[in-house]
Design a protein around this ligand. Structure first.
Ligand code: LLP
Length: 386
């Protein structure tokens, strides 16, 4: 169960909906991830896009992780949150000139470059700023991540990275670029990956392309294999922390590297998903001809994942639970039929005012919230303020 009796009483007085973050669980997750990575001399960057709540970032920064950013504002946010610039990577297919200048001004660890044209722009802007930009070339390895097609990123049909057919040309451009220093290769094949064989296939591709560059006389100092480790959305209580040992072990075993080569990861979801829940009250119950509905005060505006990816989030009643279950369609207040957290969900028979926790919402939850329907700003609460 998520809350103690006294926490429940306090929660009952709070205005809903709100995100609840268990920073103690987050810290335990970070400790395990860091220990498993350190043991193998791996470097972990936290992907800010998963959650950039201030206290979440503060907790992650304190554990000494780097930051993986996808916008100039994320780079700035990472700096403002205390991440050191030499541990910041900047990825993304559409970096604007302004964003590139921001990252150059901070002297970040590396740009993960996604096209030949972007490489040329970074070279020109670095020349203008009188600096050398460290870059990793993002290669699209054509590895199927076996995940939802909206969050698959490493297939030929995806917009991400430089296609392998263009690598010869990319290598030539890098050789010519006086203000760009190629430090490594970057890969990221998708998110919510639960099949460890996907990472094994990724290792094979990384080895292949690293060798390709080395055969052409290019030194590769950094192998950045991206993120993507999935979490158990079905069993947040049984599996609150992903198996980082098993995950890093795959790379330890299958990635070829010399002692001079660093291995970097960009984990988002696996670090923050389980520490967050969305708390919401039942506004109305109603039964139609075919259905029983629970209408919540939270909707797709607070947690978009079910509407966007048909994602499953476990829901549970906070506090007293009656034994009698009913199958409910749990919906939000937004004027869209996709504003639905789950269909035919077995839940205790509920009434107006009952509180529900929508679990595993710490990653890609709060950050993807919108003000559609002119909804309130997102509220949040932490375990140590309850
Ligand atoms: N590195 C790159 C280059 C990425 O594009 C991503 C995520 C990550 C790292 C972190 O991946 P993670 O470890 O969190 O899987 N909104 C979607 C997920 C989009 C992921 C985008 N890229 C969702 O709610 O499932």
């Amino acid at each position: 169960m998520l809350f103690t009796k006294s926490q429940q009483e306090k929660i009952g007085t709070l205005e809903t909906p709100f995100y609840y973050y268990d920073l103690a669980l987050l810290d335990d997750t970070l400790k395990q991830a860091k220990a498993a990575a350190d043991k193998r001399d791996f470097h972990v960057h936290y992907a800010l896009k998963a959650n950039f709540n201030d206290r979440v970032l503060e907790t992650i920064q304190r554990r000494g992780l780097g930051a993986d950013c996808v916008s100039g504002n994320e780079v700035q946010k990472a700096i403002d949150s205390g991440f050191s610039a030499d541990k910041i990577t900047f990825a993304g297919v559409g970096k604007s000139d302004k964003e590139i200048r921001t990252a150059l001004a901070h002297g970040i660890f590396a740009f993960n470059v996604e096209s030949i044209q972007e490489m040329e722009v970074i070279d020109a802007l670095a020349a203008e700023a009188g600096v050398i930009a460290n870059v990793s070339l993002r290669i699209n390895p054509n590895v199927d991540a076996h995940t939802h097609h909206y969050i698959t990123t490493g297939l030929d049909e995806n917009k991400f990275g430089v296609p392998t057919s263009e690598l010869e040309k990319a290598a030539a451009v890098i050789r010519q670029a006086a203000h760009v220093e190629l430090m490594g290769l970057h890969f990221h094949v998708g998110s919510q990956i639960t099949d460890m064989n996907v990472f094994k296939s990724l290792c094979v591709k990384v080895n292949e392309w690293k060798n390709w560059f080395e055969e052409r006389g290019t030194t590769i100092r950094v192998l950045n294999v991206g993120g993507g480790l999935g979490v158990d959305y079905q069993h947040p209580d049984e599996n609150p922390i992903p198996d980082f040992e098993a995950y890093f072990d795959i790379f330890d075993k299958f990635l070829e590297r010399t002692s001079q080569q660093e291995v970097h990861f960009e984990l988002g979801r696996a670090l923050v998903a389980q520490c967050g829940s969305l708390l919401s009250k039942v506004l109305y119950t109603k039964s139609g001809i075919k259905k029983h509905f629970l209408v919540l005060d939270a909707g797709m505006t607070e947690l978009m994942r079910p509407a966007l990816y048909q994602a499953y989030h476990k829901m549970e009643r906070v506090g007293d639970t009656s034994e009698t279950l009913l199958n409910y369609d749990v919906v939000g207040p937004i004027c869209e039929s996709s504003d639905c957290f789950g269909k035919e969900v077995p839940l205790p028979v509920s009434k107006r005012g009952d509180l529900l926790a929508i679990r595993t919402a710490g990653a890609y939850g709060e950050v993807m919230a919108s003000r559609y329907n002119l909804r309130d700003e997102i509220r949040y609460v932490y375990n140590d303020t309850l």
